[in-house]
Design a protein around this ligand. Structure first.
Ligand code: ARG
Length: 458
């Protein structure tokens, strides 16, 4: 076989180095199930169209059943000499069933075969990832519901801005992960189209029934241009872009977990099984999991850049460059899948230190905006109210107290319209409850939003 040469045309075999350089079986063997699935659908159609005898189809089915069993049991011998998953499986099939195996590749090329396999495989992985995104959202919803009334400082520029509900904060991530799930569902439509029938690049002279193959494989339709069918990897890039965004969201959450776990915040504890100790400092518990997730986001973003760069400038149609799509794509799936799995569990095991969060929210004049809004409701133009409150904050700062700790008489020096009702407005709870607008942080809104998300997720 190929250890000699491709065919009679070749006058010398490949060197071992070239063989290793061009082979992909070490990594693309993970496509084996999709490869068999695609081949069986192709063979079924060949027989239905009278292109191969029905007896050959039966032989191919019998042989493939054995190949499958050999791969599953680990008995299958993967050969580097046979370059990739496709040639390995076809060669073994032919060993098992003879001429019927040799007829399988009628009207097909590895170019449309590999594109089909990757799409089938990715479709399955997308479904797994979508399920994990749903679970992660549910895990965050539970946390949001339990902590709808827990108050922490909301930041802008990492400076105390306004108090927010911790539940509301968690719901922000639910929004992000729900968009990620939407994106995957959208990408899936373009992944789920059939290249088979494009053959090498120009289509084929056999009377193939492409629609029947698409239907047999549960695909939404056939790729409409043979040149594009074998060379398009948009679906892989789109998927990796969606995965990168999901990782970016995990990474932002990770950064907050790391920060919140720091002694200087003390807002949360992560279950011990997600932290590690130090080999020198006995007191340490480090948030290695979120840190690593933050780091792995760079790895996935790198895969996106690799894939875009891989496709840039490739002439039509198939080029061997495309074999390089697999490792970045596989690693993207593995990294995102493991990260989501671990976050589903980790977020479920977070302990919230309500007192520390609220104490932090009482620093930094988080309700200064509420005082300005209060003055506006008393008739001041907002810009004037803003200025009045700036003076009040300056005074409180000098006295080392919060606005809510200034005596009423002192507050009235800044504006005479301030009354006893200001203290409710200046409280953290009052500030939260006041933001009772859809998408706002009022605990009532948080609870309503949790209910809406639960309904959406079913
Ligand atoms: N292993 C190849 C890939 O991953 C399969 C297609 C090879 N086709 C070819 N004409 N060299 O893209």
């Amino acid at each position: 076989h190929k250890s000699q040469a491709w065919s009679a045309l070749f006058s010398e075999p490949m060197s071992d180095l070239v063989k290793r350089y061009t082979a992909s079986v070490d990594f693309d063997k993970r496509l084996w199930q999709a490869d068999i699935q695609g081949s069986l659908a192709h063979a079924g159609m060949l027989a239905a169209q009278g292109i191969i005898p029905a007896g050959d189809l039966a032989e191919i089915q019998r042989g493939m059943a054995q190949v499958k069993q050999e791969i599953e049991s680990g008995a299958f011998e993967w050969k580097l000499d046979l370059e990739d998953v496709h040639l390995n499986i076809e060669a073994r099939l032919t060993q098992l069933v003879g001429d019927a195996g040799k007829r399988l590749h009628t009207g097909r090329s590895r170019n449309d075969q590999v594109a089909t396999d990757v799409r089938l495989w990715l479709r399955g992985e997308i479904d797994v990832l979508s399920g994990l995104l749903t679970e992660l959202q549910k895990s965050l919803l539970a946390l949001a519901e339990q902590n709808a009334d827990v108050i922490l400082p909301g930041f802008t520029h990492l400076q105390v801005a306004q108090p927010v509900s911790f539940g509301h904060h968690m719901l922000a991530y639910v929004e992000m992960f729900s968009r990620d799930a939407e994106r995957l569902a959208d990408v899936r439509k373009r992944v789920n189209r059939l290249p088979l029938g494009a053959a090498a690049l120009a289509g084929t002279s056999y009377p193939l029934d492409r629609e029947a193959v698409a239907k047999a494989l549960g695909m939404e339709g056939v790729c409409q241009n043979s040149l594009d069918a074998v060379s398009d990897r948009d679906f892989a890039i789109e998927f990796t872009a969606a995965a990168t965004l999901a990782m970016v969201h995990v990474s932002r959450l990770s950064e907050e977990l790391v920060l919140w776990m720091s002694q200087n915040f003390g807002f949360i504890r992560i279950a011990d099984r997600f932290t590690t100790g130090s080999s020198i400092m006995p007191q340490k518990k480090n948030p290695d999991v979120p840190e690593l997730a933050r780091g792995k986001t760079g790895r996935v973003a790198g895969h996106l850049v690799a894939l875009v760069t891989l496709m840039k400038g490739q002439p039509l149609a198939y080029n061997k460059d495309n074999q390089e799509d697999k490792e970045p794509l596989f690693d993207t799936v593995d990294t995102l899948r493991d990260t989501l799995r671990i976050f589903i569990e980790m977020m479920g095991g977070i302990t919230v230190n309500k007192e520390a969060m609220e104490a932090a929210a009482r620093k930094g004049f988080a309700t200064a905006t509420d005082l300005a809004d209060y003055l506006v409701k008393k008739g001041l133009p907002f810009r004037d109210a803003h200025e009045v409150v700036a003076h009040a904050v300056k005074t409180a700062q000098a006295m080392g107290v919060d606005l809510s700790e200034l005596p009423l008489a002192k507050l009235q020096e800044f504006n005479a319209s301030i009354g006893q009702d200001v203290f409710q407005v200046l409280s953290l709870r009052g500030s939260l409850d006041a933001r009772n607008v859809v998408g706002g942080t009022a605990p009532a809104q948080v609870r309503a939003q949790v209910a809406r998300h639960r309904q959406r997720l079913g």
